[in-house]
Design a protein around this ligand. Structure first.
Ligand code: SAH
Length: 348
C-alpha cells in the first residue's frame, strides 16, 4: 500500500510540498482539495506535482463502494480501503445536523458478545488519514465543503475500539478539528470506548473537549464480564474513577451507553444498580435496544419494556434517554453490513 496524504496535518503537508521543490501555496491548494474530499488526481495542481504525489500516495485511500439509503434519511456506507479491506459507516440526519458514525479499526479485538464488528477479530488499525477520509468522502457526497459542512457531528462508534488505536485516533481528532480543515468542533464529537481505563486517563490529558462515552451495559463486574471480556481487565469502579478524572480535567459530563439485552441487563435490579452506581454523577445514560446480530444468541426487549426501564432510571434521579432506532431497514448494528458482506464473499 502507498502512503496516505490525508494522514498529514497541514504543517506536514507544507513540509512535503516544500521538500518537492514547490511553492508554499501549492500546499494550500492540495489541502483544500483533500478537505473537499477530492482524489489527488482531481485536485487542481500542476500535472507534474500530482504525478509526483501519486508515485508515493494513494489516490483515493477510502472509496465509497456502496450506499444504502433508509426511508428515514439514514445512509449506510461500505468503504473500500486501498488494500481491499472493507469498513462501514453511517450518516444519521437529525434536526440539529448530520451525525456520521466512523470506524477506527478493521474489525475489533475486544470480543463483546453482542457486537458484529468483533466477529472476525482485529484485522488492522486504520491510520488517522483513513479515519479522516471517511468523513471527507461522506461530506463531499452530500455536497459539503469546509466552509459549509454537510457532516456536522461525529461519533466514533463504528467498527473498532478507538482507544485500542490510540495514537492514530488522537491524530485524527487533531486533524478533523483543525482550523482551515473540515474543522468539526470537538464538542460535536463523541468517542465511545468499552473502557480501556489507562487510555481514558491519557485522553483526559490531551485537552480535546470531546464527549466521552463509555459502553457500560451492566451494573456489576461479573455481569459485565459475561458479555464484555474487557471487564475482566478493568472494573466498573476503575472506570468510574477514570471518568471522575476526565470530568475534573475537562469539565465535561460523560455518557454511558447501555444496550438493553433481554434477560441480561434490564430487570428492576439493574435499574437499581445503575441508580446506585451513577446517581449524583455528572453523566447521562443512553439506552438503546440491542440490535440483534444473527451470529449471536442475544435478544432485545420491546419498546414498551425499554420505556419502563427508562422510567425506573428517571425515577431514581438519573438523566437518561432511550435512543430512537433509525435506519433499521438498512441493516442494524455496527459491523453487520461488513460481516454480511464477508459472509457473501465466503458463500460465493
Ligand atoms: N468499541 C467502542 C465503540 C463501538 S460501538 C465501544 O465499545 O464503545 C458503539 C456502541 O454500540 C457501543 O456502546 C457498543 O457496545 C454498542 N453495540 C455494539 N453492538 C451492538 C448491538 N448489536 N446492539 C446495540 N448496541 C451495540
Amino acid at each position: 500500500m502507498k502512503k496516505i496524504l490525508q494522514d498529514l496535518a497541514y504543517s506536514e503537508l507544507e513540509s512535503l510540498i516544500l521538500s518537492l521543490g514547490e511553492k508554499k501555496f501549492r500546499a494550500k491548494q492540495a489541502y483544500d482539495g483533500l478537505m473537499r474530499g477530492k482524489k489527488i488526481s482531481q485536485i487542481n495542481l500542476p500535472a507534474a506535482l500530482r504525478q509526483r504525489l501519486l508515485e508515493e500516495y494513494e489516490d483515493e485511500p477510502v472509496k465509497i463502494a456502496e450506499v444504502f439509503s433508509s426511508a428515514d434519511g439514514t445512509q449506510k456506507y461500505l468503504f473500500q480501503l486501498a488494500d481491499g479491506n472493507i469498513i462501514e459507516g453511517v450518516l444519521m440526519r437529525y434536526k440539529y445536523g448530520n451525525t456520521q458514525c466512523v470506524s477506527t479499526q478493521v474489525g475489533c479485538r475486544m470480543g463483546c458478545k453482542f457486537c458484529a464488528s468483533t466477529l472476525g477479530g482485529l484485522v488492522r488499525n486504520l491510520s488517522s488519514g483513513e479515519i479522516l477520509a471517511q468523513v471527507l468522502a461522506v461530506n463531499a457526497l452530500h455536497g459539503g465543503a469546509a466552509d459549509k459542512r454537510a457532516v456536522t457531528n461525529l461519533v466514533l462508534m463504528g467498527s473498532g475500539e478507538p482507544l485500542d488505536n490510540y495514537d492514530n485516533v488522537i491524530k485524527f481528532l487533531r486533524n478533523v478539528t483543525a482550523e482551515g480543515g473540515i474543522n468539526i468542533s470537538a464538542r460535536n464529537i463523541s468517542l465511545s470506548t468499552c473502557g480501556l481505563v489507562p487510555k481514558i486517563y491519557s485522553l483526559a490529558d490531551e485537552n480535546i473537549p470531546l464527549n466521552l462515552t463509555i459502553s457500560l451495559h451492566q451494573t456489576t463486574d461479573e455481569g459485565r464480564a459475561r458479555t464484555m471480556p474487557v471487564a475482566k481487565k478493568y472494573s466498573i469502579a476503575e472506570i468510574l474513577k477514570a471518568c471522575d478524572y476526565y470530568f475534573d480535567k475537562t469539565g465535561r459530563r460523560y455518557i454511558f451507553e447501555y444496550s438493553l439485552i433481554a434477560g441480561e441487563n434490564c430487570e428492576n435490579e439493574h435499574a437499581d444498580g445503575l441508580v446506585s452506581l451513577l446517581k449524583g454523577r455528572p453523566c447521562h445514560i443512553n439506552l438503546i435496544r440491542l440490535n440483534e446480530v444473527k451470529e449471536r444468541n442475544l435478544n432485545t426487549i420491546t419498546e414498551k419494556q425499554a420505556y419502563r426501564f427508562l422510567g425506573l432510571l428517571e425515577k431514581g434521579g438519573l438523566s437518561a434517554t432511550l435512543r430512537r432506532q433509525i435506519g433499521a431497514d438498512i441493516g442494524g448494528a455496527c459491523g453487520q453490513l461488513r460481516a454480511s458482506r464477508l459472509n457473501d464473499k465466503k458463500d460465493n
